[in-house]
Structure formats: C-alpha cells, structure tokens
Design a binder for this molecule. Structure first.
Ligand code: GTP
Ligand code: MG
Length: 353
C-alpha cells in the first residue's frame, strides 16, 4: 500500500483544522497516511491547535519561526514528508478533502502528477466576481503561452494536487512566489500529468492571504521560469533574426526597384518574401533548432502565417490607435511591438511547436 503525505501550509487557520482533519481522515479511511502541517508561527496559534489535534489524527506539525511564504512552506513539507505520494492542499476547505482519493487513484494508475483542476470540464469556482474570474483565467492563459511546456495544463496554478515523491525529490525548487505547482511543472521529473475537476468553494473560516501584490509576483515568477526554460533566449534570438530580416528586405527592395523594372509593388512583395524566408531559415537553424516536432513544410507555411498575422495586427493598431487620437508614429510603434509578440507566439507554438 502506498503511504500518503498530505501537506498543508497554514497561516492563521486555527478554526479550520478540526473539520479539515476530520474530513481528510474520513475520505482516506483504509489508506496509510500522515498530515504534515507547515505553519509559519501563526499569531492565532494554528500550530498549537494542530499539536492538540495530533493526539486524535496522524498529524505532524512543523512550526517555522524564521521563514514565511506559501511555496517555501510546501517545499519544507516535501522534505519532512515520509510518504511515497504527496498531496498539497489549502487548510481553508476550499479544497474539498473528498477529492483526495480521486487524485490518489490517478497516481496509482500511473500518473506522476494529478491536479485538482478548476478549469477542466466539470470543475468550477464558486462565488467569484467576474473580474476575479477574468484575472485568474487571464493569468493562466499568459502562463500557458509563456511556458509552452505547460500549455496543455488547464489549471497550472492550482494549489491542490498530488504527485509521486520522485517528481520533486532531489530537485531544487525556488521558494519565491505563490504558485508552487507552476514551479514543479517546469522543474519536476514527470511524464504523465492528469487533471480532475473539482469545485473551488468558499473559504470556511479566517482570512485570505491573497493580495494585489501576487499578480506582480506571478509575472515575475513566469519571467524567471521562462529564463530557466530558455524561452527568453529564444525571444532575443528571434528579435536578432528579425533585424537581419529588415536588412534583407531593404537591400532587395533597392535591388529589385533600381536594377529591374518590376515596379514598387512587386519589388516590395518579392523583397518581403525574401526577408520572410531569411528569417525562417535562421529561426529554424538557430532560434528553434531544438524544436522539430512539426514537419518542414508545415513549419514554413505556419511561419508565413505568423508574418501575415503580425502584419495584420500592426496595421490594426496603426489605424485603430490613430483613430482614437494617438499620434500615428506612436500607434505604429505600439503596432510593431504587439506584432512582434504575435509573430513570436505563433511561431513558437504553431510553426515549431
Ligand atoms: N505556511 C504558510 N501558509 C500560508 C502562507 N500564505 C498562505 N498560506 C496558506 O496557504 C493556503 C492558501 O492561502 P489562501 O489565503 O487561502 O489563498 P487563496 O485560497 O488563493 O485565497 P482565498 O480564496 O481568499 O482563500 C491556506 O491554507 C493558507 O493558510 C504563508 O505565508 N505561510
Ligand atoms: Mg483559500
């Protein structure tokens, strides 16, 4: 039988512990499990309450006095846990303990990571204002675009998940940030990941520790993971290649217009196509050299689509922003920037995959 360690980071969650432990024990009847509470010396003495309850439930309490932070608490939990399977969950009962057996079942059937997900079919979030929903979904979308490795995961920032010990054992995880799952999905050792739906309910007792600052922190975390994944390097290479394209474009435009009688439109078209081919070539053998999941012809076609999409976006911004009163040179500059991002994203995800 596998041994399960439930890791629960807490800060001022005293009034939630009793019900939490009771429901965990209820749903894990017949399993071999321990609950590892990692408390950051909560002013409401959560640790003390957990110690008291450890006489009834299999609870191990870690009271950290010199450290704070959700992710570092979970990492500490991993290092103290004795199980073969780790489950991470919040203490405030937004993560229903009744879902744990389903997560465990997935792991027992061969998944390395099982995520309790708000955003797969059947999952949902209760009572969130539309803007909180929007921010949550938007943040996830940005993450999935920025980090292609996790693009198939619908809820890569869930705080409720199970994993095999081997996924994180010996791996150095960065404790900065609120979203430890994201860190694990990028740095962990795994091949199969599955998501099961659950309803993210209302907080039971106590207060939220989530603040506006978290959004900024999340973006910083994404940036660091992009660097770690080499995506920032690609971005730099992609822009260098873009510059060479400008030179190719200008040179051939001059050549065709001055030395042939093609006329401006055709000279423009041909020199543009040569610059696209130039960029394709360099991106293929340099920027995305390690990515060859898509057949050559499809890469070539999709890269052209990326260029066209980029051009369309640039024009749309030029006209749209100028229309609402922004000076046209500024509008165009913004258009160029957005177009660059669009071309990079389309190339990265659809041309090279
Ligand atoms: N040890 C530790 N636990 C923390 C820290 N911050 C939050 N937690 C715990 O992490 C879990 C998630 O925090 P919440 O405040 O519920 O975050 P949230 O669920 O995104 O926000 P709400 O929907 O408002 O509850 C809870 O069990 C908290 O007690 C921290 O700095 N240290
Ligand atoms: Mg919560």
């Amino acid at each position: 039988m596998v041994r399960i360690s439930i890791i629960v980071p807490t800060y001022n969650e005293r009034d939630n512990l009793e019900e939490l432990f009771k429901r965990i024990s209820g749903s894990l009847r017949g399993h071999d499990f321990e609950i590892v509470v990692v408390d950051d010396d909560s002013p409401d003495k959560t640790w003390e309450k957990a110690q008291k309850l450890s006489k009834i439930y299999p609870v191990k309490v870690i009271r950290r006095k010199n450290e704070k932070g959700l992710s570092s608490a979970v990492i500490r939990g991993f290092s103290e846990a004795e199980g073969d399977v780790f489950v991470v969950m919040d203490a405030d009962l937004q993560h229903p303990p009744e879902v744990i057996p389903k997560l465990i079942e997935r792991i027992e059937n061969g998944a390395d990571i099982a995520v309790a997900s708000r955003y797969v079919k059947g999952g949902k979030v209760e009572n969130w204002y539309w803007y909180r929903r929007l921010i949550s979904k938007g943040a996830i979308m940005i993450g999935r675009v920025a980090l292609p490795k996790i693009r198939h995961v619908r809820d890569p920032v869930s705080g409720f998940f199970a994993l095999k010990r081997e996924v994180v054992e010996g791996i150095e995880l960065n404790p900065v940030g609120f979203k430890i799952l994201l860190e694990i999905l990028i740095k962990g050792r795994y091949s199969r990941i599955e998501e099961i739906p659950f309803t993210f309910g209302l907080r039971n007792a106590g207060e939220s520790k989530l603040s506006q600052k978290q959004i900024f922190n999340y973006l910083r975390h994404l940036w660091r993971l992009m660097k770690w994944e080499g995506e920032i390097d690609r971005l730099v290479k992609f822009s260098i290649v873009g510059f060479t394209g400008v030179i190719v474009n200008e040179f051939f435009l001059w050549l065709f217009f001055e030395k042939t009688d093609l006329g401006l439109v055709l000279a423009g078209l041909f020199s543009y196509e040569l610059s696209v081919l130039n960029n394709f070539l360099w991106n293929d053998i340099w920027t995305f050299r390690d990515l060859k999941n898509v057949p050559f012809l499809k890469r070539l076609v999709n890269f052209h689509l990326a260029s066209i999409a980029g051009g369309a976006v640039q024009l749309a911004f030029l006209y749209g922003l100028t229309y609402i009163g922004i000076p046209y040179l500024i509008s165009n500059l913004i258009g160029i920037l957005i177009s660059f991002i669009v071309r990079f994203i389309v190339s990265r995800h659809w041309a090279w995959g």
